[in-house]
Design a protein around this ligand. Structure first.
Ligand SMILES: [Mg+2]
Ligand SMILES: [Zn+2]
Length: 430
């Protein structure tokens, strides 16, 4: 089994979804790609989806052709798609049909009740196992009730396309999760939907610092609005969150916060929803997060990141790790380029955080495991946050450990850069 953690699987019906529906297609001369099919599959390829065809081929049981003929049609279809730059990773077909009495004798081994003929989920289950992708990250796309029911029986997300025998969802007996005009539109939808682990995950961005160490850069501009590669650093963060399906963002702002709000507004321009928490007086990082509580779901994991970071890390992996560890919180840690100005952590072999060592002094012996400023929390951690002023890393999180709460560290060497000082700002600007 290939373990493709982080990827998703598109299960596509064949006739009426990828190629034109011809009643009981069994001859390669009848094969014709539908508009948008190749383009849709290409889009899925580009976005890290695995693509598998799952097709009922009762033409074999009905004696219209042999199983080899079905394979030939499949090979030709894959060739047609490949010419358009679209790659299908696997094809699953069911050659069976349960009914006796069809004209055209064929091998009785095909005339049976099987587990693979949709709406049975057999082929979908096999594909999901072969690719090591859980049903929560699978999509079934098809033009027929059997496809939608198959997807439901399997337990994945279902998308009906109007390119086959049934041209309207009102004629379906089963309600699909989504309806798309064709495979290209379905692909666009799949690409835009959040990954299962990311569903309902909101993010808090703490962007209220004074940025005093950045001198003239922050005289009239709040730190998160400093331009890096033509965009405010905060915009880079928001784009990154959105890429991982996080579209509800709580911005904790303070110093010159109104400039941030003027730029980002309600987030619509960036495809996200932004809620603002204004600090009337300086609350510290812990106090800022505590204030954001009213926008958080009491049952949903949330991400938290400082507003002066440029990050290229895989957030889905962080959240997966956090959920596996079942702690109150997970801190992303890395080898810092400036360990003497970083918060160093002491870890147990299983990744649990034993102690916050703070900033080391010259001459201290320590392992360079630094807090990178990207977190994942359970909402229940908020009861450890006092009302009013508090510092997250110096007070709140150490007190969680002292009081017996579990925190874990997620190690990564992906790019996470802060621009807390002039030097570091110059570096990220390059
Ligand atoms: Mg079909
Ligand atoms: Zn079958």
């Amino acid at each position: 089994m290939k373990n493709e953690s982080g990827s998703r699987l598109a299960l596509l019906d064949r006739d009426g979804t990828i190629n034109k529906e011809v009643n009981l297609l069994h001859d390669i001369r009848q094969l014709q790609l539908l508009e948008g099919a190749a383009e849709g599959i290409r889009l899925l390829n580009q976005n890290g989806f695995k693509v598998a065809i799952v097709t009922n081929q009762p033409v074999v049981a009905r004696g219209l052709c042999s199983e080899d003929d079905v394979k030939k049609v499949n090979v030709l279809l894959l060739e047609l798609l490949e010419k358009e730059g679209a790659k299908v990773d696997a094809v699953y077909y069911c050659p069976h049909h349960p009914e006796q009495g069809h004209s055209g004798a064929n091998d009785p081994k095909y005339r049976k009740i099987c587990d693979c003929r949709k709406p049975k989920p057999g082929m979908l289950i096999t594909a999901s196992k072969d690719f090591g992708i859980a049903k929560e990250n699978c999509f079934m796309v098809g033009d027929h009730d059997r496809d939608i029911e198959g997807g439901k029986n399997f337990g994945c997300t279902t998308i009906f396309v109007k390119t086959g025998q049934i041209d309207s969802e009102s004629k379906l007996n089963t309600k699909p999760d989504h309806v798309s005009k064709n495979l290209l539109e379905a692909a666009k939808l799949m690409v835009s939907l959040p990954m299962s682990d990311m569903k309902n995950v909101k993010a808090v961005i703490v962007a209220g610092g004074l940025g005093t160490r950045l001198g003239h850069h922050t005289r009239n501009v709040p730190k998160p609005m400093i331009l890096v590669r033509g965009k405010p650093v905060l915009e880079h963060i928001i784009i990154h969150l959105k890429k991982y399906g996080i579209t509800e963002i709580i911005l904790c702002v303070g110093y010159l916060g109104e400039k941030i709000q003027a730029y980002f507004g309600d987030g619509a321009k960036f495809g996200v929803k932004i809620f603002y928490c204004f600090e009337k007086e300086l609350l510290g990082t812990g106090g800022a997060i505590k204030q954001a509580e009213k926008f958080l779901d009491p049952n949903e994991t949330f991400a938290m990141v400082y507003g002066d970071l440029l990050l290229e890390m895989d957030l889905e992996k962080l959240i997966k790790y956090h959920k596996e560890k079942c702690g109150l919180g997970t801190l992303t840690v890395h080898k810092s380029s400036h360990p003497y100005d970083s918060d160093i952590l002491e870890l147990a072999p299983d990744g649990r955080i034993i102690k916050f060592l703070g900033k080391p002094k010259k001459g201290d012996v320590f392992e360079n495991i630094s807090n990178a400023g990207v977190y994942c929390f359970e909402p229940s951690i908020l009861k450890y946050f006092p009302d009013g002023v508090s510092m997250l890393d110096k007070e709140v999180l150490p007190s969680v450990i002292v009081r017996g709460g579990k925190l874990f560290a997620y190690k990564t060497n992906e790019h996470i850069h802060d621009m807390g000082t002039m030097d570091r700002l110059e570096k990220v600007r390059k």
